[in-house]
Write a protein that binds this ligand. Structure first.
Ligand SMILES: NC(=O)c1ccc[n+]([C@@H]2O[C@H](COP(=O)([O-])OP(=O)(O)OC[C@H]3O[C@@H](n4cnc5c(N)ncnc54)[C@H](O)[C@@H]3O)[C@@H](O)[C@H]2O)c1
Ligand SMILES: [Zn+2]
Length: 355
């Protein structure tokens, strides 16, 4: 790892550049070295980029949100690129939130068996989480992210000036993933967030930069240890899934309409913290402290579906599970997580009835 604004990871063959007001320059610089660049951009972000004059840049604008992560969008985008004569020397740049990045990453890794690709995440959530680590994917009717690959972008540009237009609801969603990183890995970061969350949510530049950098480093720690999520230990990449077993089930149950990803995993984290407490892993005092912080930041903590049998059905479809038992990434302290294997689904149902 090098200095604060440039993180190069030789093992993963990717790098992350943190630089403000740089997105348009970054794209133009890439286009100077390439015959053809395909920029796939979230339609809400397109207006902030100044690219129309570049001859070798083809812009494809897409309306984003969870509904874009489908086989239909995959087909649309892959065929559009092929129709426009994409070739092995072309480059794809995705500029958008986590939904666009997940879709474009999957397309980039499969069209012509894999093309050079760059990411410019445009939501807080995608800057602190989804753009890092090389996972991509789309949803199926059976659940979230069930089709996808591991494929590292050549470079990720984090430009926080893009966040100015982001609605508060989406900033909170990104904040949820930041807290997740603190909860699973770093007690002092959690204490710092308790003090600074309001400034962060108001997009205070230095606070935001520190939180983004810290989050990225925690995520990279797990990705380096376990890029393909094979381990079933404390160092497993699956630790980053804290709150997501329940969160993904909630999102999928409501067909991605009632909650955005960050809201669903906020409810998921509190619920999984309660499960940790019920299993005797997390103390009631620490559980209470986490709940207070979530309430202070106006993050969601509960939904009535938690007590419904239908949710258990969804939970058993999670990628971490084998043979009908449920594997959870739980926390045993603030800042410390464990891989909890083979929890019986009836037991999970019982715990959920009492939370
Ligand atoms: N691949 C991974 O490792 C990983 C990790 C975490 C989350 N994810 C995925 O990320 C997705 C959520 O990402 P997200 O929260 O970025 O959602 P998103 O892409 O749907 O973006 C949220 C909303 O903000 C809009 N938007 C994007 N940038 C904007 C900007 N700068 N200004 C104004 N509006 C803007 C989008 O159009 C959308 O309406 C989920 O599908 C989740 O599964 C993936
Ligand atoms: Zn997430």
């Amino acid at each position: 790892m090098q200095n604060k604004s440039f993180i190069k990871d030789k093992k993963l063959n990717t790098s992350i550049l943190i630089k403000n007001n740089y997105a348009s320059h970054f794209i133009k610089n890439i286009s100077k070295k390439k015959e053809k660049v395909f920029c796939v951009v979230d339609s809400k972000v397109k207006k902030y980029l100044n690219l129309n004059k570049e001859k070798n840049i083809k812009i494809i604008s897409i309306q984003c949100g969870e509904k874009v992560k489908t086989l239909a969008s995959y087909k649309y985008l892959a065929e559009k690129l092929i129709k426009n004569n994409i070739n092995r020397k072309s480059t794809i740049i995705a500029i958008g939130g986590g939904t666009l990045g997940d879709l474009v990453g999957f397309v980039a890794s499969t069209v012509l068996r894999g093309l050079e690709f760059y990411l410019i995440p445009s939501t807080l959530l995608s800057q602190v989480d989804s753009s890092i680590g090389g996972k991509n994917g789309i949803n199926t009717i059976y659940g979230k992210n069930l089709l996808g690959t591991f494929y590292q972008p050549k470079k990720v540009l984090i430009d926080i000036s893009i966040l100015k237009s982001l609605p508060q609801k989406e900033i909170r969603a990104g904040y949820a993933e930041i807290i997740k990183h603190a909860l699973i890995n770093d007690y002092s970061f959690f204490c710092w967030l308790e003090k600074n969350s309001n400034k962060l949510i108001d997009l205070n530049k230095s606070i935001l930069e520190k939180a983004i950098y810290k989050s990225i480093m925690i995520k990279i720690f797990y990705v380096r240890k376990d890029e393909k999520e094979i381990l079933m230990s404390k160092n497993s990449r699956a630790m980053l899934n804290f709150g997501h077993t329940i969160g993904h089930a909630i999102e999928s149950h409501y067909n991605y309409k009632k909650f955005n990803h960050g809201e669903a995993i906020s409810i998921g984290m509190i619920t999984e913290a309660k499960i940790s407490n019920n299993l005797g892993l997390l103390s009631s005092k620490e559980l209470e402290r986490i709940i207070i912080h979530f309430k202070n930041c106006r993050l969601k903590i509960y939904d009535k579906i938690l007590k419904d049998k239908l949710l258990i059905k969804k939970i058993t479809k999670d990628k971490k599970n084998f043979f009908n038992n449920i594997n959870f990434s739980l926390i045993d302290k603030i800042g410390s997580s464990i891989f909890y294997k083979k929890l019986d689904k009836n037991k999970v149902y019982k715990i959920l009835q009492n939370i």
